[in-house]
Write a protein that binds this ligand. Structure first.
Ligand SMILES: [Mn+2]
Length: 330
């Protein structure tokens, strides 16, 4: 049994009014782990508010309970805040910072370099998804992975393992997935609902980005670019870029795929890698974070070409001197 699990279960027992949050621009693990925690707490007769500063992304509007996620803070303070899938305390966004500074926090996360910002911390980078941790908490309370809880957990697991393909897929991950299926979730219909959330505009925009892919470092880096001009012309938004960066890794010989996206006065980047190449180390150089094979952050420039030069330099340097060191965000 993992040591922090029981102190966290005790902290849940001892409190009544919870606020559950995750990072801005939530992914499937952020949404899935929030909703899974919601169903666990509801089963335990707790009061629970779900808060995400970005709200529920449209591509998750099919998930049961998604409408419970609010992008505005409730009028009354909770007793305790559960922060899910956040590598540091800034990740939930600005609105929540005053409460995060004054209320007790349960920090459940699996990002490299999480500085244990909570009152109660369970941080384990070996665990595939934060949702898997919530599932383990549900087990402590004897709550079965049925109905909406099973769906939320399955969303988290599939999101962070690339549908059980990435190296973070462990026997325990699949055992949890098996437990969810035994409780009635149907993998096919789930996958179809998750898959069919795009638009023709999105498909065409992504086609254009793929068409303009660039290669650097002798074929070891593949780079994609998303500009505001492209979004305007194709009727798409930043949300439509989700996951495209992974396509770069399909090229033989590419070790790192990177996408750059114009976002106001900064350029956001997303990194993916194969094998031992640690992109968390690269992202941390720009104040970002993530995992060994998937990380992201932002470069403080509005100029795409400047950002491109900086990120390609950093990746090239990392490829030349492989580094497995975890870098803590400042
Ligand atoms: Mn995660």
């Amino acid at each position: 049994m993992i040591p922090p699990l029981h102190p966290i279960a005790d902290a849940i027992r001892q409190h009544t009014r919870f606020l559950v949050t995750s990072h801005v621009n939530p992914d499937g693990d952020a949404i899935g782990s929030m909703l899974a925690m919601y169903w666990v707490l509801r089963t335990l007769d707790k009061e629970v508010v779900l808060f995400n500063e970005s709200g529920l992304p449209r591509r998750f509007d099919w998930v049961i309970g998604g409408e419970a996620i609010s992008s505005t803070l409730p009028d009354t303070k909770p007793e305790i805040i559960i922060v899910l899938d956040c590598g540091d305390i800034r990740r939930p966004g600005e609105l929540l910072q005053p409460w995060l500074a004054t209320l007790p926090i349960i920090n459940l996360d699996h990002h490299l370099g999480n500085p244990h910002f909570g009152t109660y911390n369970w941080v384990d980078q070996r665990i595939a998804a934060t949702g898997e941790m919530v599932g383990m908490i549900a087990r402590v309370f004897g709550i079965p992975f049925s109905g909406p809880l099973g769906e939320a957990l399955y969303l988290a697991l599939t999101a962070d393992t690339g549908d059980f393909c990435y190296n973070n897929t462990r026997p325990q991950t699949l055992e949890m997935a098996a437990e969810i299926l035994r409780q009635g979730l149907q993998a096919g219909p789930f996958y179809e609902r998750k898959l069919a959330t795009g638009t023709l505009n999105q498909l065409r925009m992504r086609g254009e980005v793929l068409q303009n892919a660039q290669i650097f470092a002798g074929g070891r880096i593949c780079l994609f670019r998303f500009t505001q001009e492209l979004f305007h012309r194709t009727g798409t938004t930043a949300e439509d870029t989700e996951g495209l960066v992974n396509e770069g890794l399909t090229i033989r010989g590419v070790d790192v795929a990177v996408s750059l996206r114009e976002d106001g006065h900064r350029i956001k980047f997303s990194l993916r890698s194969k094998g031992e190449t640690n992109v968390q180390y690269i992202a941390a150089q720009f104040g970002g974070g993530g995992h060994r094979n998937a990380a992201g952050g932002a470069i403080p420039t509005a100029n795409m070409d400047d950002a491109l030069r900086l990120i390609v330099e950093a990746i090239t340097a990392a490829l030349e001197v492989p580094c497995n060191t975890t870098v803590f965000s400042s």
